[in-house]
Design a binder for this molecule. Structure first.
Ligand code: SF4
Length: 225
């Protein structure tokens, strides 16, 4: 590898989001360097940031990314004090390609050879059936498509899907006792948290959540007296 642009460990790349794992990273999970509950699934068809186009767009394949810290996208393994990587010797393959001033090798790997949830779960594990049930009830591609529609029918289907998403998560959590972090690996981000930029917002009423179209302020409301 050309090392004329060595990493200065400024941490900027690691703060833009953890890497998506590919098949070369399988042993990192199998050997326990990266745990399932440290991963976030971006399901096929859901909106995700594409570093090549620098835009949010529907992802064409399922992605498993290292989770962020708290509500940020900063990679879970970045130590803020020293900008160091706590799994440096066992970091994912895309991190090895990462050079902020020479991004081409990394960009060439996007959406290629990616790991999926099923690659990290034993074939006989009953949780696979729950993942399939969730996919059938709330397909990522359909959800993203409905967000772009303006018909009232689309809004009611979105409401149904958001409720089905939450119901399946709650049922599985009750049955198996999984943590919230593991839920992010098994079912991805809750749908009601994927509304940014859609003009739809989530409101809570009597302990239940409901989606509604955002009401735009009247242009006249800001006029001078
Ligand atoms: S795994 Fe390490 S090198 Fe890769 S993004 Fe996270 S902190 Fe950075």
């Amino acid at each position: 590898m050309n090392n004329s642009n060595p990493c200065r460990q400024c941490g900027v790349c690691c703060k833009k989001g953890g890497p998506a794992l590919n098949r070369d990273d399988l042993d990192l999970v199998r050997q326990g360097y990266i745990r399932h509950d440290q991963l976030l699934t971006i399901r096929q068809g859901e909106m995700g940031y594409n570093p090549a186009s620098e835009r949010l767009e529907p992802v064409p394949v399922e992605l498993l990314k290292i989770r962020g810290q708290g509500n940020s996208w900063t990679c879970l393994f970045l130590t803020e004090e020293s900008n160091g990587c706590t799994i440096y010797a066992h970091r994912p393959s895309t991190c090895r390609l990462l050079q902020c001033r020479q991004p081409e090798p990394l960009l060439a790997t996007i959406y290629r050879n990616t790991l999926r949830r099923a690659d990290l779960i034993n074939p006989g594990d009953p949780i696979l059936a729950e993942i399939e049930r969730h996919e059938l009830a709330c397909p990522g591609q359909l959800f993203t498509g409905l967000l772009a529609e303006t018909a009232e029918d689309a809004l009611s289907r979105l409401n149904e899907m958001v409720r089905a998403d939450l119901a399946i998560r709650a049922e599985v959590a009750q049955k198996t006792g999984i943590s919230l972090e593991l839920e992010f690996f098994l079912f991805g981000r809750p749908l009601f948290k994927q509304l940014a930029g859609s003009g739809i917002e989530c409101v809570e009423e009597n302990g239940k959540i409901r989606l509604q179209r955002r009401i735009l302020p009247s242009p006249a409301s800001g006029r001078r007296e």
